[in-house]
Every structure is written in C-alpha cells, then in structure tokens.
Write a protein that binds this ligand. Sequence first.
Ligand code: IPM
Ligand code: MN
Length: 347
Amino acid sequence: MTHRIAAIPGDGIGTAVTEAAMQVTLAAGAAVEFTTFPWSCDHYLQTGRMMPEDGLDTLRGFDAILLGAVGWPEKVADAVSLHGLLLPIRKAFVQYANIRPHRLLPGVKGPLRKEGFDILCIRENTEGEYCGAGGRVHQGTADEVAVETAIFTRKGVERILRFGFQQARARRGRLASVTKSNAQRFSMVFWDEVTARLAPEYPDVEVTSYHVDALCARMVMAPETLDVIVASNLFGDILTDLGAAIQGGLGYAASANLNPDRSAPSMFEPVHGSAPDIAHRGIANPIAAIWSAAMMLDHLGQTAPAARIMAAISSVTARGVGTVPGRERTETITAAILAALQQDSAR
Ligand code: IPM
Ligand code: MN
C-alpha cells in the first residue's frame, strides 16, 4: 500500500532539509507519494494566512505529514506563524505524544565526555503550558496584566504517562516522570499522583519522579542512567533542546508528533527551527529531517525502508561525513546517504 504524505517544507532551512528527506525516503524504496504544500511565512505575506482556512481538512486526508520548520521572525511574528500552522496541527490532530530520541550517531562526538546513552524523551504535546488559555488586559498601560494558564487534564496526563510506560516497557524498562511539584503544587502534584497511581499497572517498569531542574543536571552528568523521559509540553520542549545538545546538536535531533490512536495523521519534523542565520546557504544538516522521515516510515509500518535509512545515516556519520557542523554542504551529506542506500541495495 502506498502512503500519501503531505510535505510542508515551511521556512528557512526547512525547505532544503525536507527536500533531502523526501529524496532519501524515495531512494530507500518506501511506498509513499508526496504532495507538497507551500504553507509558510511567505505564504502568510501573500495570503494573510499561514495555511488556508480549510488547511486542516486538507491535511486530514493524508496518512502522515512531513514538516520542515516554521518561523521567520523578521517577516512574521513567531506568535503568529507558530499559532497559524505548527501548533494547531499538533492540537487538532491530537498528536499528544511528541517523541524525540537522543543518542549519539556513530562518529558524532557530542560535547560530553560520555558515550553510550540512549534516551527517548516523550513530551506532552496538546495541553499544559501550551494550551493557549490566557489573555492581556489594560494593554500598553502601567496597569497591564498578562495571564497564561497551564491546563492539565486527567485525560491528557493519563494518556501521555501511559504512553511513556508503554515505551519504557518496550525499551530498557525505566521511566523518568518529570515535574516541578516542589514549587508548583497543583498541576505538578497532580501529575506525580497520576504517575504513582498508574505505576502498579506496569510492574515491569521502574518509574522514578524527578524535578525538572535535577533532571537537567542528570542529562549532562549521567545521561546513561536514563531511558524514557516523560514531561509536560514546556518542560519537554526545554529538555529536548538539552537532549539535542548532548547528542551533538540540533542537526541530529529528530521528532515525531504522534497521534497514537491513529484518529488523524501524525506529523514528523526535525527539532531544529528555520535557522534564519544559515538559511539558503546550503549548509544545514539534513540528518535530523531524514531521521524524522525514518520515524514516519516506522509509524506507517514501513519498517524495512526505515531501517535502511537509519543504517545509511549511520554508515555515513561513521565515516565522519556530517559530523562537524557546517563542514559539508547539505547536498554533500544527502548524496552520501543516497550513495549508502544504493550500496546497500546492490548487496
Ligand atoms: C519545538 C519548537 C516549537 C515548540 C516552537 C517553534 C513553537 O521549539 O518543536 O520544540 O516549542 O514546540
Ligand atoms: Mn523546542
């Protein structure tokens, strides 16, 4: 069966890395058909919208979404571009589990004097600090007030924790549940309680509750002690940039925005943004986007081409290609991965 994929390259380096990811996906023999949408900040400047009014309806008809990056603050305020494209997709399609692997690819050194860590960070992706509840009054006056309320629902917290327990069960059986319940005594204490209540249902998983500040230190000092991490939307956002850093940089950080119930398409994107400083210079590392495409194929059940892509990436980085930021051009790294795929299929 051929899967229909909506590609949204978006802004900045998003276009180049998505192009690379599409090429590699097809070369790996995946049964996919891409339809590309020009939704981006340029699209906003032309039409007044990041995506058409019926954009979500259009996307709903696809099996998955491959996204590059959204945002170009010089042209369109981030709060407008992100709330006009990326964030509504995550919410509307109930992509409640944002999963981000953090491990060193062969040949990539990373800033720590450590190897051998393999972390899967699971970030709640539809509510919490990103729920969008809030407002401003007396705007522009000395009496101005800004309120932004984080919302944690039993349904939302339970499903992301269950997802975390299940992922831990399928890996090394360790789950780190992250809060800040020593300071935030309502939502975070609630999260800790739900964690403790679910734990007996997963006796094979060793769950530990951490405060987010302590977990940051652990990710740097002892990342090898971590397996699966589950955190709220904002904490997960921050922790996964730290995760990207310890795995050598944002050029290697892949992600999946999963709708585990499969009631709507899931979305796959590199963690890095549009990187205006290096956009259109041809030096973006396409590996994060290509790895994200492999996660997409896995989710769609196309596990053989997904494995081929990961093997090709690893064989290329093991030779040192794509392991030093900016040293090779995007097209050079992509060509090396394509060549590795070809060699693999000739065997
Ligand atoms: C990410 C990004 C987004 C987020 C931004 C661009 C809104 O940082 O995917 O990690 O915070 O979710
Ligand atoms: Mn982020």
